[in-house]
Design a protein around this ligand. Structure first.
Ligand SMILES: [Zn+2]
Length: 404
């Protein structure tokens, strides 16, 4: 393990301690004591690498290396974790960015462009209902109305921000000085490991179309109600799921479709159901398939509605996002020249990058996560893969920020 990988693996362990709560649970949610401790430690690490440290109104943390020009090349990831999450999701991207930018400054001096390392807050929806809060704020897509959103304990977002020492100034608009963003992240799938690759150059982030489908029937006795007199929503829901799945199987290399939750009310073995609900979660990197998914769900509703009323609630319909082509080309060139063991890959999970990519040129680097495990305390990335990742990020930042 070289000095960069050593620094990162040690820093991963120290920052992990900040997420250990008094109740023994590993969880760094936003604007909490755990988050404060992580911010304090990250500030120290950034300062030790010669960075100027600051936060914005919503609590994103930045480590800044002023360059010859004001345009900002930003690198980093999020600092919150899901409940019982792991040490690497998000934080590995923050720490590799600190080490890459810090060591480049040591080796190459003042950068041409200003470099900022970011530790975003509230990416995972770890406390409040909306996700990607920090990155949306940078794009000018965080609205004041959201400050009234409440966490599970009823505390409004604005109040939590103030208690944590943020929101001292009024909210700012889109960051106009941001020229490019790059995020290193664990893969959260097992593809890199399976293909024995150390670097994934991410070309796109899948879109997400998710929602709930409700089937309204009529509750009655399972023994005394003849089949021809029933309004039973369960078989209709089952057929809906089957047909949706059949459509998805027809595109099995381009999309994924999951029914992960189902409720039958009242849920007794000897009672015909009153209502059935199931969720769907459809993801693809192809915009036309995401469009088709919405049409298929609507079409199934139209075809199957009759005796049983069907209603659909869609809380999320995010289009897929292509990452910056120039950045991808540069990464491929770096990977070929530097003999990195790499592949191009599509991200099946959402990231701050997908939000930022709608406003700025954005690229992502994946490193393997052992067995593809993430959002789990057993998350682990091997030191040799961290080493490849940090060098790759460093090479990219050198090209993007240190060369004129
Ligand atoms: Zn993440």
């Amino acid at each position: 393990m070289d000095k960069h990988a050593k620094w990162i693996t040690e820093a991963v362990e120290s920052v992990a301690e900040t997420a250990l709560r008094e109740d023994g649970e590993y969880w760094r949610s936003t604007y909490t004591r755990e988050d404060d401790r992580a911010v304090a430690l990250l500030k120290e690490l950034m300062k030790a690498k010669g960075m100027e440290v600051c936060s914005d109104a919503v609590g994103n943390l930045f480590g800044r290396i002023p360059g010859r020009s004001q345009e900002v090349i930003m690198a980093g990831s999020h600092r919150d974790t899901v409940r019982r999450g792991g040490k690497y999701d998000g934080m590995l991207g923050v720490l590799t960015a600190i080490e890459a930018a810090g060591s480049l400054q040591e080796e190459a001096g003042i950068p041409e462009k200003t470099v900022e390392v970011v530790a975003f807050c509230e990416e995972e929806s770890s406390r409040f209902p909306t996700s990607y809060l920090g990155s949306r704020y940078l794009c000018g897509e965080f609205s004041e109305i959201e400050l009234a959103d409440r966490d599970a304990e009823g505390i409004p977002l604005g109040e939590a921000m103030k208690q944590a020492g943020y929101l001292k100034e009024s909210l700012a608009g889109k960051r106009m000085d941001l020229e490019r963003f790059v995020e290193l992240h664990i893969e959260q799938g097992g593809i890199l490991e399976q293909k024995q690759k150390q670097i994934g150059i991410v070309t796109a982030i899948v879109g997400l179309f998710s929602g709930e489908v409700y089937f309204k029937g009529h509750q009655n006795h399972a023994g005394t109600t003849p089949m021809y007199m029933r309004k039973d929503p369960t078989p209709v829901a089952a057929e809906f799921i089957y047909r949706l799945n059949q459509w998805a199987m027809g595109h099995q290399y381009d999309l994924v479709c999951t029914v992960g939750k189902m409720n039958i009310k009242p849920g007794n073995a000897n009672v015909i159901a009153d209502e059935v609900m199931f969720t769907f979660d459809i993801r693809s990197s192809k915009a036309e398939l995401m469009q088709e998914a919405a049409e298929v769900v609507e079409q199934l509703k139209d075809e199957m509605e009759g005796l049983i009323e069907i209603s659909i609630v869609v809380p999320c319909n995010e289009p897929p996002v292509s990452l910056d082509e120039e950045g991808v080309a540069l990464m491929k060139q770096i990977a070929d020249n530097g003999n990195y063991n790499y592949m191009e890959i599509v991200s099946g999970a959402g990231h701050d990058s997908q939000v930022l990519a709608q406003s700025f040129p954005v690229n992502m680097i994946f490193v393997p996560s052992v067995q593809g495990i993430s959002h789990n305390e057993n998350e682990f990335t091997r030191a040799e893969d961290i080493e490849a990742g940090i060098h790759f990020l460093k090479d990219f930042l050198r090209e993007a920020a240190w060369k004129a």
